[in-house]
Design a protein around this ligand. Structure first.
Ligand SMILES: Nc1ncnc2c1ncn2[C@@H]1O[C@H](COP(=O)(O)OP(=O)(O)OP(=O)(O)O)[C@@H](O)[C@H]1O
Ligand SMILES: [Mg+2]
Length: 303
């Protein structure tokens, strides 16, 4: 069985603070959507609306066509909150068995979930002795136990080392392949490269981007840098001809729009004797994220 998420023009204010403003997002079964945004952008508020903890002021959130928060909708969802805390005296196994039973699953399913997150060997230890990353993985185990159809993970990789992050994304990919819909929040685009099929970016409660990472990169139309290593005697001439800036005496870096790149490379190709090497540097994912997170109303996501 698979289930989908449909967020339709959802707005939520807390007094004067517009935490979410007309946000529409849909997540299909088996899709992994990464939700990004600065502190206070509205990510956790969106999760809380999907869980039915709070009601939107306008718009609606549907879980498999059901109103978010109703009993049947809640049964489809599992949640990893941004700050996980468990009773310190319980073992990892006891914690996950407890959550399994809350979801109507067998307590024995806890072992498989703990194995999946790499806590098999620590399952009998009291979770008060766990490291930060281990506590985060325990949180993930309680989220995945009971085979939920929709996973809401609020900053699931915070506190995880790079290797554990990799394991985490592999685990998520496996669940998505089985049809689980995953919505996860994160703070940076770079860790999502080649890992999230789709990325949505919130800025001050507005959805400012929604699509595959490659599309967001392309649409951002950020400048490209062309770094030209010159023969020592030719640096000045090339700098005068192509502009840009000099680096370490023997390099010139030219910044251009994406559609100017080929013309500049063709012009450089005419100067083979003067050039030792050429490096084309595309915008980094952090630059792409910063671009969408800056105030820029022209870039509102297509609904
Ligand atoms: N219960 C509340 N009462 C008042 N303001 C709130 C409440 N919950 C959220 N807000 C405000 O709504 C805005 C969005 O908060 P939210 O927690 O959704 O952000 P976030 O994107 O999850 O941020 P972070 O990355 O820091 O976790 C913030 O300005 C926050 O102060
Ligand atoms: Mg948050």
């Amino acid at each position: 069985m698979s289930a989908s998420v449909d967020i339709r023009s959802v707005s939520k204010s807390f007094g004067d603070v517009h935490a979410l403003d007309g946000v529409s997002l849909a997540i299909a079964p088996g899709e992994t959507l990464a939700l990004l945004g600065h502190n206070g952008a509205g990510k956790t508020t969106l999760f809380r609306i999907l869980l039915g903890f709070i009601e939107p002021n306008s718009g609606e959130a549907l879980i498999d066509g059901l109103k978010a928060g109703c009993r049947q909708a809640r049964r489809l969802i599992s949640y990893l909150p941004e700050n996980v805390a468990f009773p310190k005296t319980l073992t990892g196994r006891e914690v996950v068995a407890f959550y399994a039973q809350l979801k109507g699953a067998a307590a024995s399913e806890a072992n498989a979930a703990l194995e999946q997150v790499g806590l098999g060997e620590a399952a009998s230890r009291r979770c008060g002795t766990y490291s930060k990353g281990m506590r985060q993985r325990l949180g993930l185990a309680q989220a995945i136990v009971g085979n939920p159809r929709i996973l809401l993970l609020d900053e699931p990789t915070s506190g995880l080392d790079p290797l554990s992050r990799n394991d985490f994304y592999q685990l998520i990919a496996g669940l998505a392949e089985q049809g689980t819909s995953v919505l996860l929040s994160s703070h940076g685009l770079s860790e999502l490269e080649a890992r999230a099929s789709r990325v949505a970016i919130l800025r001050q409660g507005h959805l400012v981007a929604d699509g595959p990472l490659a599309m967001l990169q392309r649409d951002a139309r950020l400048p490209i840098r062309i770094r030209v290593k010159t023969k020592p005697a030719d640096a000045e001439t090339l700098h005068r001809e192509f502009g840009g800036r000099r680096i370490n005496g023997a390099s010139v870096e030219v910044t251009c729009e994406p559609d100017e790149k080929m013309a500049i490379l063709a012009a450089l190709h005419q100067r083979p004797g003067a050039i030792a090497d050429i490096e084309v540097i595309p915008p980094s994912l952090d630059e792409v994220y910063r671009h969408y997170s800056r105030a820029n109303p022209d870039k509102e996501a297509r609904s």
